[in-house]
Design a protein around this ligand. Structure first.
Ligand code: PAF
Length: 278
């Protein structure tokens, strides 16, 4: 596995590739877990070469404490990526990607960013899109892989490739879960086993919606809000029922597989998100 720290070295290496070789790309912020490795596996099944980036993108954090506390496990990440036979890792420092004091670009996501992560994390998606646009311009992947756990981010990226006329195909990959249902996330590394058990309630609530899909949305919402109120370790930030394509809230169920129930909650200072497509 080749590891590059600069876009210059990465590009000189990529320029040696035959034009017909397909490249799959997985952008990450490190703290690699089985969810990332499933993206690597999917890329390896579909593309000739797989590239992973490891870069904690400062412009997508609205909270500097969250940015500084983000788990950093570079050596373990490299080991895991090597074992999963990823071909190339690009792990730059900030100045390889941003000019000094450079801010996130402003995009128009046509309302996809109005609710949930877009509402609670100001400027978050401008930061995500800024870094993805930069990475896509450097790597020019044929396909890029994103986890469905960050469903709103996935829809934002699909919108971004249209805005910037990118030829990259965006592939969403289903969420990988711990045995207890908790969605795999880099932030889980900040939780004890006991806290992970508590946090699995998020998935139980999503599953409750699946099992009770015939009930009105307002009733399910009420049930989940009450459930969180009774669980003192977990603070609910939002529960939203949205349409999959627009990411806008719905009052009534739409067609099957077009509805998403999304939850964001805090356990201690760790912020977790999850969703289920119904
Ligand atoms: O989902 C993430 O880990 C990040 O938002 C991403 C896509 C790597 C951009 O920094």
């Amino acid at each position: 596995m080749k590891i590059f720290k600069t876009k210059k070295n990465l590009n000189s290496y990529l320029s040696l590739f035959d034009k017909n070789i397909s490249v799959g790309f997985i952008p990450t912020m490190g703290a690699i877990h089985n969810g990332h490795l499933k993206l690597v596996q999917t890329s390896k099944n579909e593309c000739d070469k797989t590239i992973c980036s490891i870069f904690i993108n400062p412009t997508q954090f609205d909270n500097s404490e969250d940015f500084h506390n983000y788990p950093k496990t570079f050596n373990e990440d490299i080991k895991k990526l090597k074992e999963s036979k990823c071909d190339i890792v690009y792990a730059p420092n900030v100045l390889d990607l941003y000019k000094k004091n450079e801010k996130a670009k402003k995009y128009n996501f046509r309302k996809i960013d109005l609710f949930m992560e877009g509402k609670f994390r100001k400027n978050h998606f401008n930061g995500v899109a800024t870094i993805i646009e930069k990475l896509f311009k450097i790597i020019e992947p044929n396909k890029a892989y994103f986890g469905e756990k960050d469903i709103q981010q996935l829809q934002i990226i699909k919108n971004l490739v249209n805005q910037i006329n990118s030829k990259t195909t965006i592939v969403g990959v289903p969420t990988v879960r711990e045995k207890n249902g908790l969605a795999m996330s880099s932030r889980n590394k900040l939780l004890s086993n006991k806290e992970k058990e508590k946090a699995a309630m998020i998935y139980r609530c999503l599953n409750y919606c699946k099992k009770n899909r015939l009930q009105p949305i307002s009733k399910l919402k009420e049930y989940i809000i009450e459930k969180f109120k009774k669980t003192k370790e977990l603070d609910l930030e939002y529960i939203e029922f949205v349409s999959l394509n627009s990411m806008l809230p719905i009052k009534n169920w739409g067609e099957e597989k077009n509805n998403v129930v999304c939850i964001a909650a805090h356990i201690k200072k760790v912020r977790l998100i999850d969703n289920i497509i119904l």
